[in-house]
Design a protein around this ligand. Structure first.
Ligand code: AMP
Length: 411
């Protein structure tokens, strides 16, 4: 398949939202930093409500952010509204410059290990995965259907959050569950945030002046959702999220690792329903459950004022993070770099400092003045003497999706 245009529209469809970016993949600028090659970015939120909102920023036109409020009934209407905004800037979906649309798809199961051009059979397979990703795949499917209806002639590519983790060895991916039951229900560890882990581990190798095949990296993607991965020579060998994004690190609103017996206890002793337990663990736990706030800025502010609940929440968050750094050091054997990324990882210097504190014997340390630097660029924050590089590497999932999409359609 050879594309004529050089632009890629990246769509990330949530249950009631649609995030998008239009990127131009021509020239070296397409890998030159967070803002490079970006023609327009935007978001439609509260789809299906009376108060839907579209925020569109035409970066190429150097224009100001435009906001429109009013009911947008569904994803089809949302994408049409986005198309109209893009057309107003001369960047319409009918442009011959548009080479493809890249869709973020959360769950690709074991079948999708690579970005994949979407046809009817692929769409059917993504639908088949709905039972293992009931919160995410339906919205992604709606986005794909809508975009295909608008531009049936254009290649549409699915880029899967799980794909990067499909290289995990069986002993890391399989739970110690009865095999027949696990296999019958496709219960295993899939991992998520794969696009970010792939991008950041590659960027970290580049920061060290090495090829990804030469380095072992622990990636800590710390956003509102959070996950860690162990990447050996460019391949993921373990990751902290599992069948769903609930497992692993303490997150903004998710508990992360927990004794599964807690769920029976909540049902048997606290009389909670399945759905109530689900909401408790996914929406009301983690930092928000521990201290009432899930924004690390607010938590740090409260700690500075002497708030003990916020301090305990922070300590629990850091303790879990340290356990994963330790575990993945053992899994990898040799660690060349620890990379912090996403909202918390990129911005919260105290989290980075605390996560690495006391790990000098493992060759890990953070230099206070380097850690205090604010920048959008990948950077080292470890002192020169440290055996392991500690880095801040801003993630860019949209650019990664656009690059994978463009590589596929221009091959
Ligand atoms: P993400 O999911 O990657 O967008 O990350 C969102 C989270 O990043 C927020 O909930 C905050 O906890 C955190 N965050 C964003 N900006 C900052 C900042 N300047 N300092 C500390 N934490 C931040």
């Amino acid at each position: 398949m050879t594309a004529t245009g050089t632009r890629v529209l990246v769509l990330n469809s949530g249950s009631s939202s649609l995030k998008y970016q239009l990127l131009d993949m021509a020239g070296p600028q397409s890998d030159g930093g967070p803002a490079a090659g970006r023609l327009a970015v935007g978001l439609v939120e509260r789809i299906g409500e009376e108060t839907s909102r579209l925020v569109h920023t035409p970066l190429a036109a150097g224009g100001d952010k435009r906001e429109t409020e009013g009911p947008i009934a569904d994803h089809e209407a949302a994408l049409k509204a986005v198309a109209a905004e893009l057309s107003a800037d001369g960047l319409g979906l009918d442009s011959p410059q548009l080479a493809a649309i890249g869709h973020r798809v959360v769950h690709g199961g074991l079948r999708f290990t690579e970005p994949t051009v979407i046809d009817d059979a692929v769409l059917k397979e993504i639908e088949r995965l709905v039972p293992v990703a009931p919160l995410h795949n339906p919205a992604n499917i709606t986005g794909i259907r809508t975009a295909r209806a608008l531009r049936p002639d254009l290649p549409q590519v699915a880029v899967f959050d799980t794909a990067f983790h499909t290289t995990m060895p069986e002993y890391a991916a399989r739970y110690a569950l009865d095999v027949a039951t696990a296999d019958a229900h496709r219960i295993r560890r899939y991992g998520f945030h794969g696009t970010s882990h792939a991008y950041v581990s590659r960027k970290t190798a580049a920061l060290l002046g090495k090829d990804p095949s030469e380095v072992n990296v622990i990636v800590l993607h710390l956003g509102n959702g959070a996950s860690a991965s162990a990447v050996a020579g460019g391949r993921c060998v373990d990751t902290s999220m599992g069948l769903t994004p609930l497992e692993g690190l303490v997150m903004g609103t998710r508990s992360g690792d927990i004794d599964p017996a807690v769920t029976f206890h909540l049902k048997r002793v606290a009389g909670m329903s399945e759905d109530e337990v689900d909401v408790l663990l996914n929406k009301k736990s983690g930092l928000i459950g521990l201290c009432g706030d899930n924004d690390m800025r607010e938590i740090r502010r409260r700690i500075d004022e002497g708030d003990e609940r916020a301090a305990l929440a922070f300590d629990i968050y850091i303790h879990r993070l340290k356990k994963y750094i330790g575990a993945y050091s053992a899994v990898l054997g040799r660690v060349d770099a620890v990379a912090f990324t996403a909202g918390v990882g990129e911005n919260a210097a105290p989290v980075r400092e605390a996560a690495v504190a006391g790990l000098e014997e493992m060759g890990m340390a953070v230099d206070a003045s380097l850690n205090a630097v604010r920048s959008d660029e990948p950077r080292l924050i470890s002192p020169e003497y440290a055996r392991v590089a500690v880095a801040v590497v801003p993630t860019d999932e949209e650019l990664e999706i656009a690059q994978q999409t463009y590589a596929l359609v221009s091959a």
